[in-house]
Write a protein that binds this ligand. Sequence first.
Ligand code: ARG
Length: 579
Amino acid sequence: MNPFIKEICGLLEEPTGLKAGDIAAALTTPPDSAMGDFAFPCFPLAKVRKAPPAKIAAEIAAALKPTPLLTRIEARGPYLNFFVERTAWLREVLGTIFQEGDKYGASQEGKGKTIVFDYSAPNVAKEFRIFHLRTTVLGNALYNLYRMLGYRCVGINHLGDWGTQFGVVLAAFEEKGDEKKLAKDPIRYLTGLYVEYNRRMGDDGALKGRAREWLKKLEDGDAEARRLWRLFVDLSVEDFKRVYKRLGVRFDYYRGESFYFEKTDEVIREAEEKGIAEVSEGALVIKMRNDDLPPIIIRKSDGATTYVTRDMAAAKHRYEEFEFDRMLYVVGSEQKLHFEQLFEALERMGYEWAKRCLHIPYGIYLELQEVDGETRRVKAGTRGGFKVLLEEVLDEAADRAERIIDENYEEGFFEDKRRVAEAVGIGAIIFNDLKNTRIKDVVFDWDSMLSFRGETGPYLQYAHARICGILRKWGGDVRGEVDFALLDDPEEFEMSKLLARYPDVIRRAAETYEPSALAGYLLEIATAFNKYYTDLTRHRVADENAPDLSAARILMADCIRRVLASGLTAIGVRPLERM
Ligand code: ARG
């Protein structure tokens, strides 16, 4: 525990009759340092003491004396406010960051606990589209956050590599498939086949029938169906992996629906044995307790399994293998009903762990379009023009970032311009995706997400690079032991308070499944840093004539850099050293 909080707890245990842990948990931060640095609200004491909280606060304050770490203690309304000794505070905060290095912000609170993350899960043969970007980016950030907290994290890519779309693609391939074309550009080729056949299929019973036949063949293990299917999946996954690499995302397992299809017999039998499944119009269904919810079909009348059957088998298999404490499905809010039904079905199967499964929904992508001379926000990709293939979007991001670099930097500034452009462009997309609460829709607007000035990825990367530049220019080692009394500017103190919040921010972002909490915090840090260093005469970091002051400021700069780098990495944006 931070020694300042410990000291407050020590002072308050006796007069409040509370335990140290409860006091620490109750502490808040006043909105303004002029009011104090920590506040203890006296409301909960009012009942026991039968006195108004303000009176209790005043009484306790009157009896407390300042200590070396707490220079002032005062009552302010119902709050007891504590002021820290600033030099000691700076030593504590910056010293801790310096010592813990890359581990600052991490903890072991999740030790021994396992969380399974189900994210990304694009559909083979259908598309790897921009719509799968949100789940990929959010899932990755949550995975990283929980890892920082010491949890064992298991990331599973539940690829859509089974089901109806394969019936369509196989039928289309039988008609006019070409394995050479397929190998050249599998995702686009298969998507093309799928879209085209699907369109013609409309009401055409014959085409529909053929798609159904192929699906049946596939599920029954027909050799040719399986061979082609394997080929489609393998080639597509290779392509997906290239995109994941560019996004800096990895998975512990690629286990698609096909993997779990093999295990559906068992759950279907179990559902029958437990008497929760019934036959309805030839299909096997599980009814929901709430009549408003449609029943789920676990086996179609032709014997085929469904998306939800495979999800039931997947959940069971994952619990058996990982004994998870929690399983998070990072999937768009349009699948809300699916997960409600799935979780209820698991519960009715008698799995006590069903309540540990959570759907983490998020909003859709919007793009700006001119409609009748007005700029409107419309669902992305519905009106054409918008690039929907994820890889094309990433290419465009890098191209645009490269153009911005060309306009703003002298030639030769970057040795590896394309690599920087890639990091900036992709960082911009990722940050744009994560900066708002996840349930909000994301507006996809290139200019605003790539701006170096707005609330963007490039803005943060730039702040990080700027600090790296200051440190490079300084050239010397960063020392952890400096004269902290020299950091006597109020802005320096405020900065240290901001840095001290980092571990809490990580915890809160994870607990609420909101990487946006971390994104917002990083913006705060970068903005505070920019403000601080703009006034270079007052805050020149490295000054030959003031070596001690320089050493102290360099330490501060390095601490800011560490927090920025750690936070950016956690949300999946690459920190850059030079920009
Ligand atoms: N492939 C699905 C889709 O694109 C998402 C799968 C989500 N995960 C799951 N276990 N159902 O809509």
